[in-house]
Design a protein around this ligand. Sequence first.
Ligand code: ATP
Length: 418
Amino acid sequence: MTARSDLEVILVGDELLAGIHGDTHLEYLGRAFRRVGVRVARAHIIGDSVDDIASLVGQRRGETRALVVTGGLGPTADDITREGVARALGLALEFHEPSWTSIQDFYSRRGKQATDNNRRQAYFPTGAAVLPNELGTAPGFVVESGGTTVFVLPGPPEEIRAMVEADVIARVRKLFGCTPLRVETFRTVGVGESKLISLVGDNLGALTAYTVSSLPSTTGVDIVLTQAAGVTDRSLLDAEADEIERVLKKTIGSHFYERGERSLTEVLGDLLARRGETVAVAESLTGGWIGKQLTDVSGSSRYFLADVVSYSNESKIDYLGVKHETIDRHGAVSEETCTEMAQGIRCRTGATYGLATTGIAGPTGATPNKPVGLTYIGLSWEGGCVVKRVEYSGTRDGVRRRASDGVLWLLLDRLTDS
Ligand code: ATP
């Protein structure tokens, strides 16, 4: 049963149901609202249909304290969320001149012109407050009806995140009047979830001030502690979180990389910048993914020098200086080639560290001696080099992601060790 104190999310999009795009909003929204002490009680996914939106919003109105509806505020014919919500709430759509001006400005700043289709984006249900969208053309809106506050936000993830942080989160917090729950996130990489729980499960089970979730994240596994209902003793909350940090450091060492919300590459970036050091990458099977992750971090030009995606044997020779004989004798997927790739990229760019990956991502390409998933990850620095042979399991994508995480961890291990 739902309670009037709950918040529910409705994700709108045919592409979500068709499996064309996976949903990423819920993970973000769940975390964002939890930060202010509000739990997402239910989430619904529906297609781009006015009838479906109107029926679901109509059903949930009056049943839940807040509804957050995402997607379908664009200018095209399949963007019909405003119509569905207005119909559910029995409200007319009214033209909002200031929003139309903002939409036109958005285009003219980019040397373009808004079209008539964009005018649709300036219509809102009567009585709604407009939620500005600095990153796109579709403003959101919030409207109160039957005791339920309905937030309607556009689909693109970066837009929704900016709008939630700038505005929605404060409104939700005020609406629910909750004290934020303390959330402690412990991020790990390179240790499988079951192994991790076998190592620290007893310690997690002994916690009394928090509820515990272990969540596979984009990199590794996060252990998330959320303040338990009724617990207010700050010193107990501190002591239990500190204890988990201590246990993780002791049991998995540098595989535990963050108490907080920073990504692995943000942590690495901070370490490199503080040390005044730089990194360059030579990628074969990871195809540029490591460079992408490193440059996801704003300010990465301080320490990230270059990324060579060297897929063919010739490119390994031409761009990284790998020797012909090395590839002839040992193959492209070998410890020797990986070593020369890591050293080559470091020497050619003058970086403090050279990272390299070479392997068989699959599903094709295996040989009797080299199975799918076989990967070499390498790290070179002046005076040293470490190369690891790993057999990753999983899909092509999974193998490539694990190889990226693996080599980034090699660097982290070196930076936290020296
Ligand atoms: P636009 O103006 O871009 O059309 P919109 O508000 O109409 O925005 P949609 O058309 O529903 O939103 O979605 C735009 C894009 O946002 C989608 O192609 C998809 O990439 C992304 N998106 C929408 N919903 C989700 C979701 N739940 N999770 C992740 N991405 C999403």
